[in-house]
Ligand binder design. Structure first.
Ligand SMILES: NC(=O)c1ccc[n+]([C@@H]2O[C@H](COP(=O)([O-])OP(=O)(O)OC[C@H]3O[C@@H](n4cnc5c(N)ncnc54)[C@H](O)[C@@H]3O)[C@@H](O)[C@H]2O)c1
Length: 288
């Protein structure tokens, strides 16, 4: 028996990286899934992955900035599978990156729309459906960047800090409905979001990220999928309003970064944050 048998999930940003790994993991545990993403090609591939893992899945073209689209993803779950148990608001990008003085107000707003407003919309439209089910789980993807300052990532970090705050308030508001609301703060995870912008791609990113935190390997999308599975399932029945950090001890305290390697990693990381706006991964792919 799977941990999510008979449960239905909407996962935004599930065409790639963390969302896709989570969809595959949920599918293996018996959930039916709506893959909600802007990226049709990646989304349809994720649907095939979920089906191969023994579950039902459909793709719903979704721009998480659009309230109509987000509601459409929830409605699709109800239409296809008759209920909603789990909403995972995960879609994201780097957004407005680079020195704060160079960030345009428009790019700041776009970043907040995709990373924070979308989480509000996802919660708003999932709650009535999950309430009808009798309760369930909402998961949001925040970041360790929402817990600490990061030069060059001001808008991203501020939006992710907002995700943590929205998570806590919503957890308080919907506990009476048996709806748990938590977020995950990933550390550096090797996904297209991070490695598409690094010369040398995934291989270089993996080496760079292994030097970033005490746990000497790069974070994997599956590390976050494991936490999402815990939060989605009944084992987490008494867990709500929390920001769960999955970062190989990167934020544990003084000395958690290897100073030399951390600086090297930081230097290379800041080089890749020089562009104005880091868009959805599938649009940012550079020909190799
Ligand atoms: N990779 C990391 O190191 C890391 C660390 C902390 C937090 N995160 C967060 O994890 C989440 C997933 O990122 P990932 O690393 O898997 O990246 P990814 O680029 O592999 O996946 C992101 C997905 O979001 C989708 N997306 C982007 N904008 C969208 C929009 N407007 N509407 C619908 N879909 C949209 C993309 O098409 C893509 O499929 C993001 O919220 C990101 O901020 C990632």
């Amino acid at each position: 028996m799977g941990k999510l048998d008979k449960k239905v999930a909407v996962i935004t940003g599930a065409a790639s990286g963390i969302g896709r790994a989570t969809a595959i993991r949920f599918a293996g545990e018996g959930a039916s899934i709506v893959i909600a993403d802007l990226n049709r090609e990646g989304g349809e591939a994720a649907v095939r992955d979920c089906k191969e893992n023994g579950s039902s899945a459909v793709f719903q073209l979704t721009d998480v900035v659009s309230e109509e689209n987000v509601k459409g993803a929830v409605d699709r779950a109800l239409k296809e599978f008759g209920r909603l148990d789990i909403m995972y608001n995960n879609a994201g990008l780097g957004g407005a990156v680079g020195p704060l003085e160079n960030v345009t107000a428009d790019n700041w707003d776009r970043t907040f729309a995709i990373l924070l407003r979308a989480v509000f919309l996802g919660i708003k439209h999932a709650v009535p459906a999950i309430r009808k089910t009798g309760g369930g789980s909402i998961i949001n993807t925040a970041s360790i960047a929402g817990l600490r300052g990061t030069p060059g990532l001001t808008a991203y970090g501020a939006a992710k800090a907002g995700v943590i705050s929205v998570t806590r308030s919503a957890a308080l508001e919907f506990a009476k409905d048996k709806i748990r609301v938590n977020c995950i703060c990933p550390g550096l995870i090797a996904t297209p979001l991070t490695y598409n912008r690094i010369p040398g791609g995934e291989q270089t990113a993996t080496q760079l990220f292994s030097a970033f935190q005490p746990w000497k390997r790069a974070g994997r999308p599956e590390d976050i999928a494991s936490m999402a599975l815990f939060l989605a399932g009944d084992d987490a029945e008494f867990v709500s309003g929390q920001a769960m950090i999955v970062d190989g001890a990167a934020t544990s305290g003084f000395g958690s970064l290897n100073p030399q390697q951390g600086q090297q990693g930081g230097g290379q990381m800041s080089q890749i944050l020089d562009e104005e706006f880091s868009g959805p991964s599938f649009q940012m792919k550079k020909p190799s």
